[in-house]
Design a binder for this molecule. Structure first.
Ligand code: NI
Ligand code: MN
Length: 226
């Protein structure tokens, strides 16, 4: 699978010819100034929760591309009210068979208000099971024992986990999370964008390596075959 970073927790993965974009937050991100959002193609947009740093560009991207937005029920209603009607509501514990594979919505331990103060429901993570490989995107979350359920759902090729600390897991807990989900290859997200979440890249990679794990930290625009 090809993974491309758009900075912060925004990335895209192509599966079965479909371009799937996660947590679009590009135009407000000073570190993603090299990304032209008008050039991004999307067939699907997956939202982990409603915070600004995960949803800021959702309406413009969904509006231009016509992508189907997959998100929790409250965000689905909020988007519908703003004219984005190609949505697929899910909620924690549920799964659905999409044309590119199966997605299960799993627990994320975080909060989930929307940028205008509307109730945004609960945050979620996603487990993707596809013919091209399986992966887990945790969304913003603390380390949680619920992650131990995930190996029972899918053998993961890689996991996308926050490593920035302060608002989410930091490096040490992301290493424990990799153990819980039984996955040796991690793409780190949710770091460096704001002052509270700056990390030392080399130290983080070395901490993962000491546990026999690989941590990828991609610059915005960088891609990886994984
Ligand atoms: Ni958040
Ligand atoms: Mn966030």
């Amino acid at each position: 699978m090809q993974f491309i970073s758009y900075g912060h927790s925004c990335f895209a993965i192509k599966i079965g010819g479909k371009n799937i974009v996660f947590d679009p937050f590009i135009t407000p991100n000073a570190l993603a100034g090299n990304i032209d959002i008008t050039e991004i193609e999307a067939d699907y947009i997956f939202l982990s929760h409603g915070h600004e740093d995960h949803i800021a560009d959702c309406i413009s991207l969904a509006g231009r591309t016509g992508a189907k937005v997959v998100c929790n029920f409250e965000i689905h209603l909020w988007l519908n009210n703003q004219g984005i009607t190609n949505t697929h509501p899910m909620n924690t514990g549920g799964q659905w068979n999409f044309e590119f594979g199966t997605v299960k919505c799993v627990v994320a331990q975080h909060s989930g208000g929307l940028p205008d103060g509307s109730y945004g429901g609960n945050p979620v993570g996603f487990v993707f099971t596809t013919g091209e490989g399986n992966f887990y995107y945790s969304g913003d979350t603390a380390l949680t024992l619920d992650m131990q359920l995930i190996p029972g759902y899918a053998a993961l090729r890689f996991a996308v986990l926050p490593v920035g600390d302060n608002f989410t897991m930091g490096v040490e807990d992301a290493i424990r999370a990799a153990g819980f989900v039984q996955c040796k290859e991690v793409v780190g997200v949710h770091y460096d964008t704001f002052g509270f979440i700056k990390i030392d890249h080399e130290k983080a990679k070395q901490a993962f390596a000491r546990e026999g794990l690989i941590l990828h930290l991609l610059a915005p625009g960088e891609s990886l075959n994984i």
